[in-house]
Write a protein that binds this ligand. Structure first.
Ligand code: ADP
Ligand code: MG
Length: 312
């Protein structure tokens, strides 16, 4: 029987620039359509690090060219732009791959807003560097505009933003309706556009970025998915990663994962959020499984042949 699967695509599924992305989405589309062909309902989420960085740099250059005419583009708007750009390439590649296999499913990108808590402690400690390096003067100007700036290991100054946890997916009902109508949906790109509620119904964009692994886990929970697949650049999660006694894990319980997290086995900012997101999903309801594996191994992973499976 087909499962409902949320796939979270990592950086290697999209490449680092325009030509790389145009090429990479072809391989990515094959891996995704393999699962759709097997009868699974697939929802695709993805990261946006290099893309939102590119957009943010371009918009900052525009502001520098004429600060009177062009105010600094809010980060939330940059994230929305990245969802459109990446969604376009993925939508295009998925449509083509399905048509090549004689499949006539529709595919669509839902511009997704994700609610964050304005009281999230992450807002008091912005940690995520974004955009280009700046000179001391540029950094000073930006911090006068209310942006947090850090000196980055002697390489110059960079803007840093908060990475709050996702609380809920604003367009959840729309995504669900499309999935239930048999459509392939791309949603929560770049972790979603971070927003928070102000006076009544108004949602205001936050100067933050949401981790795509946590947003994908939230999406999978709220869609009542059977499986969360985090596709990345390693086939399995390891302990003693990068050491001679490295051990690759095929199965992992939430309890064991917690032990390894506490022992510092997973690098913050790369494998740690994936394992935490996978554990959250696996613990949210009996029968839910998370899988972390290589993009090219998605099909074998779902068949239980490889990858790290996290479940109770
Ligand atoms: P993505 O773009 O898919 O989010 P990341 O670079 O953020 O990719 O995270 C995946 C990377 O995490 C792997 O390529 C690997 O180098 C690194 N990593 C860190 N710790 C571990 C670990 N314990 N086991 C496996 N990979 C790890
Ligand atoms: Mg990552």
């Amino acid at each position: 029987m087909g499962k409902r699967i949320v796939i979270a695509l990592g950086g290697n599924a999209l490449g680092k620039n325009l030509p790389e992305q145009m090429q990479a989405v072809k391989t990515t589309a094959k891996a995704i359509v393999d699962l759709i062909e097997e009868g699974h309902e697939v929802i695709v989420a993805h990261g946006n690090g290099p893309q939102v960085g590119m957009i943010q740099n371009a918009m900052a250059a525009l502001t520098r060219s004429d600060p009177e005419k062009y105010i600094l583009c809010p980060l939330s708007v940059c994230v929305a732009m990245s969802q459109g750009y990446i969604g376009y390439d993925l939508q295009n590649a998925l449509r083509e791959e399905m048509l090549d296999r004689g499949m006539t499913k529709g595919v669509t990108t839902v511009l997704t807003q994700v609610e964050v808590d304005p009281k999230d402690p992450a807002f008091r400690h912005p940690t995520k560097p974004i955009g280009a390096f700046m000179t001391k003067e540029e950094a000073k100007k930006l911090s006068q505009q209310g942006c947090a700036v850090i000196e980055d290991a002697g390489r110059g100054y960079r803007r840093v933003v908060a990475s709050p946890r996702p609380q809920s997916i604003v367009e959840l009902d729309t995504i669900k309706a499309l999935v239930e109508a048999g459509q392939v949906v791309i949603a929560c790109g770049g972790g979603g556009v971070p927003v928070f509620k102000t006076n009544g119904h108004h949602l205001k964009g936050a100067a933050a970025v949401i981790d795509k692994d946590f947003a994908s886990s939230k999406l999978a929970q709220q869609l009542d998915a059977d499986c969360l697949i985090i596709l990345t650049a390693v086939e399995k999660v390891a302990i003693h990663y990068g050491k001679p006694d490295v051990r690759w894990l095929s199965e992992l319980t939430p309890e064991k994962a917690q032990e390894y997290i506490e022992a510092g086995e997973f690098a913050p900012g790369s494998m740690l959020p994936k394992v935490q997101a996978a554990v959250e999903f696996a613990q949210s309801k009996p029968g839910r499984t998370a899988l972390i594996t290589l993009l090219e191994k998605a099909k074998d992973g779902v068949a239980g042949k490889t990858g790290t499976h996290i479940h109770r």
